[in-house]
Design a protein. Sequence first.
Length: 202
Amino acid sequence: MIEDSIVNASDVDVAAAATGQIKVVGVAATVAVSASSGGVSLGGAGAGVGIDNDLDNTVTARIDGSNVTSQSGVTVDATDASVITSTGVAASISVGVSSGSMAISVAVAVVAVDNSAGTTVRAAIEDGSVLDAGGNVAVSAENTTKISTVGVAASISVSASSGSVGISGAGSVVVTNSTMTNAVMAEVSGSNLSNVGNVMVL
């Protein structure tokens, strides 16, 4: 940032960039085995993974209230290329064995992943700045934030009974949510530009 300054240079380039990375891996696994020589065998297993990521960047490049003289142009550039990568894996195995009348086995696996990115990227020439550009003026803001999510849940349930009843149940649930609420702004406002070639505000 150039703020409340006087600058005289062969080339003026103001840049701000964010390249942060969030990488999260969550793994959960359970195994349950029950055996009974009596009447009833009960077995249950549950595994769960919860991941919550929040990315909140502010990236600003600007010339503010300054007198700037350049011999070969002025560039003001703000970029955000942050990355969120989330991987959640849950597995559960339940085995119930009975030599009696009943065997019951239940297994449940749950994965929940929530990612959010709310970044502000801004490039500006503003607040009464005076530029003698000596060439092209480029003001650009770009956001290429990426969110990658993988969720895997698996459950296995086995019941065996030498009696009349064998009951087994298995359930797997994967819930993923990704939200991006980014703001990207490039502007020239309240400023005086002279000795300019092309002006690009992107």
